[in-house]
Design a protein around this ligand. Structure first.
Ligand code: GRF
Length: 201
């Protein structure tokens, strides 16, 4: 049984998609052991609680700096013997300490076709740049933001009348497909990282 930790900061729709895939048996032999939020009133945290999951708010203000916060995260993850960390709208940059301790065991979802449009406000930036296609990327997390080896991507068209909201919504539909798919591949030990490339075995 693979133990998953989901880290969120807000709505938690990707967390819900992963949970649904486990509940419905699409992802087998895996469980969500803990949901951690850095925001006390994250809607996703409330949902986790209502679902009877171990749902924890870890307040960044109680720790002096990023690395000390991440030391606490790693302590909790180690204690629970977590196999896979899913960042799902977790709005913090991960320290090198965290990456080193969970190398190739942290994955993230980003709402663009990386390496285009890393960082924040990416759907609006894609529209402003005039790209005709955007999408989303699930990738392993390394020391650089939105940079690690790419596991799965999905493409959506950018339409002439798109707004941040309409493009984000179109991308989100795909996020909810590819994130559970990536988790399934990971938990079935079917991902092999070779340099920057992630191969399905
Ligand atoms: C998603 O667009 C994800 O790609 C980005 O943050 C958003 C989180 O949404 N990293 P949710 O909290 O999973 O609903």
């Amino acid at each position: 049984l693979k133990k998953i930790a989901v880290l969120i900061s807000g709505r938690g729709s990707n967390f819900k998609a992963i949970k649904k895939s486990i509940d419905e048996g699409y992802i087998k032999d895996a469980c969500i052991s803990v949901v951690i939020s850095d925001k006390e009133n994250a809607a996703g945290l409330e949902f986790a609680r209502e679902s009877g999951l171990d749902a924890r708010y870890i307040n960044p203000k109680e720790f002096d700096g990023r690395e000390n916060y991440d030391r606490e995260l790693v302590r909790v993850l180690d204690e629970l013997e977590i196999d896979l960390v899913c960042l799902a709208g977790f709005m913090r940059i991960i320290s090198g300490y965290f990456v080193e301790n969970y190398r190739n065991r942290i994955i993230n979802i980003h709402p663009s076709l990386l390496p285009s449009f890393a960082g924040l406000d990416v759907q609006q930036r894609a529209i402003d740049h005039g790209v005709k296609f955007s999408g989303c990327t699930v990738h392993f997390v390394d020391e650089k933001m939105d940079n690690g080896p790419i596991i799965i991507q999905a493409v959506v068209p950018v339409l002439d009348d798109d707004t941040d909201e309409t493009l984000s919504a179109r991308i989100l539909v795909e996020e909810h497909k590819i994130y559970p798919e990536a988790v399934r591949l990971f938990t079935e030990d079917r991902l092999k990282v070779e340099g920057r490339r992630v191969l399905q075995v």
